[in-house]
Design a protein around this ligand. Structure first.
Ligand SMILES: Nc1ncnc2c1ncn2[C@@H]1O[C@H](COP(=O)(O)OP(=O)(O)OP(=O)(O)O)[C@@H](O)[C@H]1O
Length: 284
């Protein structure tokens, strides 16, 4: 669905932020785009949907360059930006003005998502709290039923129960026809939601693996402080030594997203080369 090929971008010509990025996203998946503050996640997403133009390489949506912004492509793309612009309109007025751009928009789905998010359906949007505005826009984004749904930091401003609602609603809205990508620097917000982890670091895609691939290749374990097992990455914590080791037995362990993210962005010299070994590297 999305093909980013050798893409480079910088806000200033001689200082590239993204370099030679390669990324393919398929329908039927929820991707988590993780990166530190300022890593360039929003910038990558804007290039992906044609709101910023690469200086080299290209971003394709179903084979068409996103920067052409063809209506036939745009009606299949919804981009929920990190900063919201919410007009002084009721939900019904907002839908009347906006839903027409998305041929597969479903009012009954919007009503259901708003009910699940406990957002009033008839108030003026600009009078909502920030969290309610965010939830309205997430509900609207889902109800557009676009093939590509790109959400930049959607969980910013949501309280803890709302984050759980968000994960439930997102999971219920995924279909085989849809590709969703969600960026965050709050790694735990995507726990139990995404099926593929993409880490952006130092201007490049440092890691792009499905959770299934990761559980097959890695074991996430808490080791006693005295344990001398060779590790791919480890951090000391109050619970013991949180470690990532090769999965030698094929046993299942839950991916610790935060530990994985720390490993991928720490400059650890072992984890990323281990995942890139020919027998393990399986681009999604
Ligand atoms: N319009 C712009 N003009 C110039 N520089 C910009 C612009 N937008 C972003 N930047 C810079 O590009 C870098 C990456 O910003 P970006 O917003 O893409 O990062 P991010 O990973 O989404 O960060 P965060 O997690 O903090 O939202 C930052 O250093 C930022 O200051």
């Amino acid at each position: 669905m999305v093909d980013i090929q050798n893409m480079s971008f910088g806000y200033r010509r001689h200082s590239p932020l993204l370099q030679n990025v390669q990324l393919s996203l398929s329908r039927g998946h929820i991707y988590g785009l993780l990166g530190k503050n300022g890593a360039g996640k929003s910038t990558l997403l804007k290039n992906m949907v044609g709101l910023a133009f690469p200086q080299a390489g290209q971003c394709l949506i179903d084979g068409v360059s996103a920067q052409r912004r063809l209506p036939s492509v745009l009606e299949e793309v919804y981009f929920l930006a990190e900063e919201l612009y919410v007009p002084a309109l009721t939900a019904a007025q907002f839908v009347a003005n906006t839903a027409g751009f998305y041929p597969r928009f479903r009012q009954e789905e919007l009503t259901r998502y708003l009910h699940e998010f406990e957002v009033p359906a008839h108030a003026v949007l600009s009078k909502f709290s920030f969290g309610q505005q965010k939830k309205f826009m997430i509900a609207f984004a889902l109800a557009t039923n676009t093939s590509l749904l790109v959400m930049d930091e959607p969980t910013n401003g949501l309280d803890i129960p709302s984050k759980a609602q968000f994960r439930r609603i997102m999971a219920s809205a995924l279909t085989e026809e849809r590709c969703m990508i969600i960026s965050t620097h709050q790694v735990r917000d995507l726990d139990s939601l995404i099926d593929t982890v993409v880490v952006l670091h130092d201007g490049q895609i440092a890691l792009n693996h499905s959770l299934d691939q990761l559980t097959e290749q890695l074991t996430f374990a808490t080791l006693p402080a005295t344990d001398t097992t060779p590790v791919l990455y480890a951090e000391d914590s109050v619970r013991g030594r949180q470690a990532i080791v090769p999965n030698a037995t094929g046993a299942y362990s839950r991916v610790d997203l935060e530990l994985l993210f720390n490993a991928a962005t720490s400059g650890s010299s072992t984890l990323l080369p281990f995942l890139k070994q020919p027998s393990y590297a399986q681009p999604v």
